[in-house]
Design a protein around this ligand. Structure first.
Ligand code: ARG
Length: 565
């Protein structure tokens, strides 16, 4: 990675000056018109050493110039007031990294010294309940994180973790019994009507709610008849869930659900007992998870409620046990709604206290998708929109933008719908809420999916229309040329950030900035009127590499390019 190379040089310089290294780093420039990389550490060093930032900066710059390979690395290193150091890197360094990107697998991203195994828990759809916009977010954020981790050279196991044993199942079974409907006649349409109907009833009627819980409990205990109904419900619901994930190009290695963890609950209970962690409290079994350093009291973890049922936390704990046993992962990542942060904090504490896993457990919370009013996105009727109707809605808006959109193939339209939704979502830091403004998301200008697709198609056309020899490196002709090259070799930094923080928006930001650099390059450098053959070859080769990088990065965000737009 270029940034690592620069930081190695910084380390040499600081060591030579006998400045203690406080993990100061060279970072990508935020003033691309002035330099490629910058160092802001002079201010902290100044405080530590009781000298002025300028004094220190001068020494550092001087030491850089004294490096034996200075000329291979830099065009110039410059101190600017009040104490920043700006780095402009050399043409040969740019070209060296560009060459690497072009010829090596994974665009030259180094393979890890040690390959880690990551279990990813995302999607989390609930059987018999329709998927809504929040489920889309976990699915695409989770899938993007998975692809980024794979791209960095690690092993992943994606687990959908179905909500398949909750109260909603008892509610649907209650409905089936009440309606006196036979198993053969239960279909998806029936399920979609029944869950909301009985769920509403439960809110009004405590007795019905009790009955539904009772059915759920018996199901969990293995009641033969309920198990048969449950299997049918799962089958119908899963077929629909899989169809929606296929549409989004989201896939899983395992399709386990909460129900699959039940076989491990007793084992986990034994462990908790052995370690004297389980306590009785008003008929329930709990684990205290408070720690001294907590600022706020953490409520105890509920292992079993007073009416003998196991809860959401119990299944999550048993699932950790299951994953440890099956996969022995180094990391387990949960891409789940921010509002479940406390739940996972409790689960993780118990898992660590009981020592049922050696893996690092990470809660990767995501924010809410809001409507224009800033409140959770709802349909006009006031409920969370189902994914199908959301896809349809986006498609209609896109088709109405211009006439030619309407004659496009269905396949291309679906690719564009995907690009609109995914780029809109994944450009936000996953932790943040965002406003779902379909009209803005479907514009061809701005930071949108269509803008990105349009850039790719335009550049692709130029490459296809011209014949040229692949010559990527040589003398850099102008600043548009240079800026595009600099953007290309910055890829590794963005990918590393996306991986380290489990934040796909670093990739989305990179994609957007790359597209801007590509468009600026293309608009200002008139390739079709060029006389110089070498220049033409170089520029077309550069565009070819840019489009290759763009396509690979879009693939990390599950965005596929249509044939035309
Ligand atoms: N089914 C849950 C829900 O809809 C999400 C599951 C998240 N994953 C987990 N291991 N708890 O809220």
């Amino acid at each position: 990675m270029i940034i690592e190379l620069l930081n190695q040089k910084l380390e040499t310089v600081l060591k030579k000056l006998k400045y203690e290294n406080h993990n100061f780093k060279i970072i990508p420039s935020n003033r691309e018109d002035l330099c490629d990389y910058q160092f802001d550490g002079c201010f902290s060093l100044a405080k530590l050493l009781h000298q002025s930032p300028i004094e220190i900066g001068e020494k550092i710059v001087q030491a850089f110039y004294e490096l034996p390979d200075f000329n291979d690395l830099f065009e110039k290193v410059e101190l600017v007031k009040p104490g920043f150091i700006n780095f402009v890197i050399s043409e040969s360094l740019i070209n060296q990294f560009l060459q690497r990107m072009d010829t090596m697998a994974f665009l030259g991203i180094e393979r890890p010294k040690k390959v880690s195994t990551f279990v990813l828990d995302y999607g989390g759809p609930n059987i018999a309940k329709p998927l809504h916009v929040g489920h889309m977010r976990t699915a695409i954020v989770g899938e993007a994180i998975k692809r980024i981790i794979q791209y960095m050279g690690h092993k992943t196991i994606a687990d959908v973790h179905l909500g398949d044993y909750g109260l909603q199942i008892g509610q649907v079974i209650y409905g089936i019994k009440q309606d006196g409907i036979s198993l053969e006649r239960v279909d998806l349409a029936y399920l979609e009507k029944t869950y909301p109907r009985i769920s509403a009833l439960c809110k009004e009627n405590e007795e019905i709610k009790q009955q539904c819980s009772e059915i759920t409990r018996k199901l969990q205990e293995g009641d033969f008849e309920y198990q048969k109904l449950w299997k049918k419900i799962c089958e119908l619901s899963l077929a629909d869930i899989k169809r929606l994930y296929r549409y989004l190009d989201v896939s899983f290695d395992v399709w386990y659900g909460e129900s699959d963890s039940y076989q491990y609950i007793h084992k986990v209970e034994d462990i908790l007992n052995q370690k004297h962690l389980l306590e009785e409290s008003e008929g329930a079994k709990i684990v205290k998870v408070n720690q001294e350093e907590d600022k706020k009291d953490l409520p105890p973890f509920l292992f079993q409620s007073s009416n003998q049922t196991y809860l959401y936390g119990t299944t999550d704990l048993a699932t950790i046990y299951q994953r440890e046993k099956d996969n022995h992962p180094d990391f387990i990542l949960y891409v789940v709604d921010n509002r479940q942060a406390l739940h996972f904090k409790q689960v993780f504490r118990v898992a660590k206290k009981a020592d049922i896993t050696h893996s690092q457990l990470e809660f990767l919370g995501y924010g809410t998708v809001n409507g224009m009013d800033g409140k959770p996105y709802k349909t006009r009727k006031g409920d969370a929109p189902k994914l199908d109707s959301l896809f349809q809605q986006v498609k209609e808006i896109f088709k109405n933008k211009k006439e030619s959109n309407q004659t496009m193939s269905e396949e291309d339209q679906d690719k564009i719908v995907n690009a609109i939704l995914k780029f809109a979502d994944l450009q936000n830091s996953r932790e943040k809420d965002y406003i779902f403004d379909i009209s803005k998301f479907s514009e061809v200008v701005g930071k949108t999916g269509p803008y990105i697709l349009y850039t790719y198609l335009r550049i692709n056309k130029i490459i296809k229309e011209n014949t040229y020899k692949k010559i990527l490196t040589g003398h850099i002709y102008n600043n548009y040329d240079r800026n595009l090259r600099i953007k290309l070799i910055a890829l590794s930094t963005s990918l590393q950030q996306a991986f380290e923080y489990r934040m796909p928006h670093y990739v989305a930001d990179y994609i957007y900035e790359l597209c801007v650099a590509m468009n600026t390059f293309y608009q200002n450098n008139h390739i079709h009127t060029l006389e110089d053959e070498n220049q033409k070859n170089m520029w077309l080769s550069l565009l070819e590499l840019s489009n290759k990088v763009l396509k690979e990065m879009l693939n990390l965000l599950m965005i596929d390019v249509p044939t035309s737009m």
